[in-house]
Design a protein around this ligand. Sequence first.
Ligand code: GAP
Length: 502
Amino acid sequence: MNKTDKIMDIAAKRGFFYPSAEIYGSKAGFWTYGHLGTRIKHKWQNLWREFFLGLNNNFFEVEDCNILPKQVFVGSGHLENFNDPLTECNKCHFRFRADDLIEDALDINAEGIDEEAMTKLIEDNMLLCPKCQSKLLPVRMFNMMFDLKVGATGDDVMYLRPETAQAPFLAFKREFNALRKKIPMGLAVIGKAFRNEISPRQGFFRLREFSQAELQIFFDADKINEAEDWNSVKDYKLRLFTVKDRKTKKIQEVSCKDANTKLKIPKFYVYHLAKVQQFYLDALKVQKENFRFRELDAKERAFYNKIHFDVELNLETLKGFKEVAGVHYRTNHDLGGHQKCSKENLEVFVDEKRFVPHVLELSFGVDRNVWALLDIFYKEEKERALFTFPQNVAPIDVAVFPLVKKDNLPEKAQEIFKDLTKSFKTFYDESGSVGKRYRRQDEIGTIYCVTVDHDTLDKNTVTIRDRDSMKQIKVDVKELVNVLNKLICCELKFEKAGSLIK
Ligand code: GAP
């Protein structure tokens, strides 16, 4: 089995995620989060909330409907422009995403190539249907939004939102007034988005129903070269892979100051690049070699973006750097579009000026980030497979075991387990040998295992075992919550937290 298959196997078997409606033969691009996956997803989302809403005290979260009126997507431009290139087999009529087909066959980046050029590439290179080897029809554009008939007559067409981002634009006027008319103002949404992907593939990575965590920051375009907290980041080194770096294939480490003065990226944008990078490197503990910002050129950028860097993580399961998030300068594209389409005035009056605010968007795919965590923290050792998740995303903090299922040890272990559940996400297990129980917890990334043995009854001590080093210490039961708390908050070194068992 390769790494992807191994992770998929653990994910399905242990309850991270598995295909949706599996008992009926599931559809590609739809997945269910199991009990562990849901924990990781929620922990990742909470970390995201805490980190990004904490950047400014005028950043808040809103929540909107998944189903929105057609006019929203006329105003945003999605109805006209949210398309992917599609080609169809002349014989078996299977439909493929043309850029994927070209990229796989010719090993080139096909993002941003237009329909005619793709058709020509297919013809010139005699690319055939991967299923039945017949000819492919000319490439055409396919709108990726799901439409719905709403109401009893079905006359009303509405759409499932293809990005959560529209919610803050629709809520902008009310929130701006409610929040005392100040900008920058940030409105975040964490929720579902839906795209009728032509070929959902890469397992859990390209989905038809997925979650996004997005922050729209409304600001004054005249102040794009200002950032309030600039001094705190000016010497911070960003890992950039700009359009120019594609020839050398080298990632540059550029200070925020140089990114602004030499690469001419506005301060407001650079500041937020730094914060996004810190989220990955400091909060999620991603190794810096596995992180980069990839700049997209004018042809590759989404139709609403003026500056666009994707966040890419180096994922072994996906054979290299893959997009998990993006930092998008959307200008006043959306508010301007909605103002025109709705006839509602969306201008603000700030600093003696009337204008439509511009928007910087920090956009994250939650599911891709969850997959990235599994990829990055999966390890194999001689006798075990484990996830070395940091505490802030690990699904279970502590597992509690009685050494054997007799001598009153299960009763004592239950008592300790109940006590720990007040402070930690805790799991109780008494089946199989202790060795097997350790392996089972390693496989889901549980950070500590607490074993209750005869010493617990005689001396009131338990054994704590550390997932990563497999070292063990003895700790007094009275001290257990306190010690685990300090370990989890990294305030104490494991070896120093109790008496080390040699
Ligand atoms: N609001 C801007 C926006 O939606 P995007 O680049 O289309 O921009 C943002 O999507 C993020 O959402 C991506 O970086 C990716 O992580 C995630 N995403 C996009 N399409 C996805 C899909 N089909 N399945 C899973 N995640 C997806």
